[in-house]
Design a protein around this ligand. Sequence first.
Ligand code: GTP
Ligand code: MG
Length: 259
Amino acid sequence: MSQEENTPLSEALENTLSTVQEDFVRESIMSDSFLDFVEQNTKPIDQLFAYYRCAIMEVETKFNVLDESLSVELDRNPIENITSRVKSVDSLLRKMKRKNIPLTLSAIEENINDIAGVRVICSFPDDIYEIANAFLSQDDITLIARKDYIKEPKLSGYRSLHLIVEVPIFLKNEKRNMKVEVQFRTIAMDFWASLEHKLHYKHDLPPERAKALADELRECAEQIELLDLRMQAVKNEIVTYNEENPKDTSFPGFPLIGE
Ligand code: GTP
Ligand code: MG
């Protein structure tokens, strides 16, 4: 919304909405038991979140290293972008409530797998598997769960490879294994997922329109898959051509000193 459009009325509406939202959060999630839990565990909760941030750093470094090392072999960077986030307390609480998880730190660590999240955006579908397999073959990475929504897309059309892994972080006096959720996608899959996520206000539509739009989004995802495969085929043709017609990279002229 532009500055001019931000009239006092829309400001008032925004304020009301945010108050309603806060009230909802307070009433539905911030129950007395939760507030007691947070009060009594402020430091351990902060510490746990710091551990998850450390785990993200470890995992991001691994992907940066893989990207750098593979770039020499492939003559291009297979990773376009890496982003990460630690789950907000708000959404952690919603999930705990939804899954009926007891209010203890160990229950959180045990049951919530996506407090630390890393998203790896790759250039081509094949890059996803090459990088994921290289990552999983590292001897300090333990695979907890794998969901391949590229081979088996969700009903919505969503495509990505999800891994839940454990990675060690090294603290002053101990080593701690932390869970991290890693989502691998191509740029095209990410384009679809980002826009589809933004369209979640669609639940207010009449059922038949909602169904039509869901079908439309699923078809868009199918077209995006085809695009990914076409771009990959172009890339493969170039790679094959270059392999069959290697450039003469020998250095012309100058004999090495002492030759
Ligand atoms: P959560 O409890 O939501 O984490 O579900 P889950 O534990 O069953 O995990 P799932 O494998 O469904 O993946 C969860 C994450 O994948 C979400 O937080 C999103 O980032 C992403 N995701 C899954 N399905 C969709 C989808 O249909 N559309 C979009 N845009 N993202 C999705
Ligand atoms: Mg999640």
